[in-house]
Ligand binder design. Structure first.
Ligand code: MN
Length: 181
């Protein structure tokens, strides 16, 4: 079928947490060194290469946050919920001058290409800093057009449950549905 070779090995874990708080977003996190480098993606990742998703760089998180699900506070004093919407491992595919560019350098340079191996997300994705509006936190997340690209399956609109627990954000928000720890 002429499929491109799949990336092998692993450069770390990735996790996408669906965070229903003051506003709904997906926290996309990649392990770089001993932290989870993070972006908030309001509309969630798309498998359609024609779709560009705003990804706002947010604070690095500790590695143990990768399995966090539960309730959180919101800036307005309300209750938010977090589920592990997808997780797995990734391979850094970023090249520069014919050589593999370490992820930390790629972040600095504002362009990172990674292959994900998750439950919902697979294949290569590009993260590119655009600094739209003059804000250095603004990046775009775009699916690379490879064998895992999919213009039909849109997990961020149809597949809303945790890959760890099967729970939805609504399950956690319901009375007795969540846990504070
Ligand atoms: Mn968040």
């Amino acid at each position: 079928m002429g499929q491109a070779p799949r990336a092998v090995g692993s450069d770390g874990i990735f996790v996408v947490q669906r965070h229903d708080g003051s506003s709904l977003h997906y926290d996309v996190r990649l392990q770089v060194g001993d932290v989870l480098v993070s972006w908030a993606v309001p509309k969630g990742p798309s498998l359609d290469p024609r779709t560009r998703r705003l990804a706002v760089r947010t604070a690095d998180h500790a590695l143990d946050h990768a399995t966090f699900e539960g309730r959180t506070g919101t800036a307005r004093g309300g209750v938010g919920t977090v589920i592990v919407w997808d997780s797995g491992e990734f391979v850094n595919l970023t090249m520069s001058g014919g050589a593999r560019l370490p992820a930390s350098d790629a972040l600095e340079a504002g362009h990172l290409k990674v292959a994900l191996r998750g439950t919902k997300l697979a294949g290569a994705f590009a993260l590119t800093r655009t600094a739209m509006g003059g804000d250095q936190r603004n990046w775009l997340l775009v699916k690379v057009d490879d064998q895992d690209a999919d213009t039909e399956y849109d997990p961020a609109s149809t597949d809303l449950r945790s890959v760890l627990s099967g729970r939805s954000n609504d399950d956690l928000a319901a009375p007795h549905g969540g846990s504070d720890d």
